[in-house]
Design a protein around this ligand. Structure first.
Ligand code: ADP
Length: 467
């Protein structure tokens, strides 16, 4: 293949996903002149993403979004020369990426070895350590029950640890243990959850950071050079799953931010990162200035749900970057070398609107119904990425994320973005299906949220009071 041909953009892209992210990908494809094939199984034919492709192809079976063989066949049948996996489903499945490549189809993501490396959190931890980047104190994997017990004892009285699935994701396969008496059951449950959810029961343990902030760095690489796209803070979580994401972090000091970028650059350069990805860290609020104040936890070799806030503060299209990097273009050719990345403008906040109902304690349960009214907010600095429409009945089998409300403000003060988030949330009306809109409104009204003096436990500690 000539150099020029190898750098040509795909002509036809299979979007191997559903819902809002399938629409997000199809939009960029159309912006840059690539036709798309979208897919759906029968039970999901009402999802709006079906209308966003140039071709909509029906898949057989209910587990179709996870059916690698069928998706590659559909791509070939429809003349696709690239596949975008979105997030979730097959996006971190190295075997799927290899299958695509073997069939002569570009996989829009990092090379399979990187997907494998970061799919194993224990290997990722080892890589960080070898780069001189602190990780949370913990064990190697797989950790036996005895090793986990020894580790908990080593933390001393009042110590807490978290059991984590080596292949975990989406906040699942994690359990916090403070009392050794609870360990055998928690350990067994975590392993069986990991086996069921991720196909391997290997777990490891880490010291549980009681007061942590979650910060992460967006990167893009071309296999020889890496750029970072500043950070996002995602401390507002429920059950280890993100609920609100902010870019850049309103609370990072200059020195800590430099350490964060330096740590990310080291790990990303060591593995010659290619395509876009995210490196995640925890900040231990109780260890200011300590070597392990900032610890690497994992990296995600795919587009993330919260990529939007980075796009808003920098004016970049990360899905476009993914497609162009997958086509063999370099960061230099894309004008995405570090020196090309502008400083962020103001702040952006993403609020995840989920179909769920909250009980009296603030516990969320997935909810379903047919949408009878859907009035998204608008005006300056408001972006809504959604697949919702009036008449749509959500399918409980899939993720509960219905809409991503993304607000941005060019003003330096974080308060301006918070005010805009409140305004947009007040405008948003969804009827017919239970959502967490009211919960998000009270969350944004809380002074600690407005000041961003929150930790990853804020939502669970305040949920009942916020209802
Ligand atoms: P996943 O891949 O499922 O998203 P992560 O390893 O990224 O899992 O962790 C998700 C969240 O779980 C973190 O943002 C944090 O809130 C919590 N968490 C993970 N490890 C620890 C830890 N060692 N101490 C405290 N909280 C943790």
């Amino acid at each position: 293949m000539s150099a020029v041909a190898s750098q040509g953009l795909p002509r036809r892209l299979l979007v191997a996903n559903r819902g809002e992210i399938a629409i997000r990908v199809a939009r960029t494809a159309r912006d840059i002149g690539i036709t798309t094939v979208v897919v759906y199984p029968d039970l999901d034919r009402a999802s709006a993403h079906v209308r966003f492709g140039d071709v909509a192809h029906r898949l057989a079976g209910t587990g179709a979004y996870l059916d690698a063989e069928q998706l590659v066949e559909v791509a070939l049948e429809n003349g696709c020369d690239a596949v975008h996996p979105g997030y979730g489903f097959l996006s971190e499945n190295a075997a799927f990426a290899r299958r695509c490549v073997a069939a002569g189809i570009r996989f829009v993501g990092p090379r399979p070895e990187l997907i494998e490396l970061f799919g194993d959190k224990a290997r990722a931890r080892a890589l960080a350590t070898s780069c001189g980047v602190p990780v949370v104190a913990g064990t190697d994997a797989p950790a036996t029950l005895d090793e986990a017990a020894d580790f908990l004892a080593s933390l001393g009285p009042g110590g807490a640890m978290i059991i984590k699935a080596v292949a975990g994701g989406g906040g699942r396969g994690m359990r916090v243990v403070t009392d050794v008496a609870d360990l055998p059951e928690a350990y067994a449950r975590c392993r069986s959850e990991a086996e069921r959810g991720f196909g391997t029961d290997a777990v490891y343990v880490e010291r549980y950071i009681a007061r942590a902030r979650h910060v992460e760095v967006q990167v893009a690489g071309d296999g020889s050079e890496v750029s970072h796209f500043w950070e996002r803070e995602c401390s507002l979580q429920r059950r280890h799953q993100k609920l609100v994401e902010v870019a850049p972090s309103p609370s990072l000091t200059g020195a800590l931010r430099e350490r964060l970028f330096d740590a990310t650059r080291r790990i990303a350069a060591a593995c010659r990162y290619d395509n876009v990805g995210t490196f995640e860290f925890l900040v231990d609020v109780d260890r200011p200035g300590a070597d392990d104040e900032l610890c690497f936890i994992e990296a995600n070799p795919r587009i993330q749900v919260e990529h939007t806030v980075t796009e808003e503060i920098l004016g970049v299209d990360l899905v476009r970057a993914q497609v162009e990097l997958a086509a063999g273009r370099s960061l230099a050719q894309l004008s995405l070398r570090q020196a090309d990345i502008p400083p962020p403008r103001g702040h952006a906040i993403q609020l995840r609107v989920n179909t769920e109902s909250l009980d009296g304690t603030g516990e969320a349960r997935p909810g379903s119904g047919t949408i009878t009214a859907f009035a998204p907010p608008g005006g300056p600095g408001v972006r809504v990425d959604t697949y919702a429409y009036v008449g749509y009945r959500n399918v409980a089998l899939f993720d509960s994320l219905l809409a991503k409300l993304v607000v941005s403000s060019p003003e330096p003060a974080y308060a301006a973005a918070v005010a805009r988030a409140r305004r947009a949330l007040a405008e948003f009306d969804i009827e017919g299906v239970p959502t967490n809109l009211a919960f998000l409104r009270s969350l944004l009204d809380h002074p600690d949220v407005a000041a961003n003096t929150v930790t990853t436990r804020f939502v669970e500690e305040h949920a009942a009071a916020l209802l």
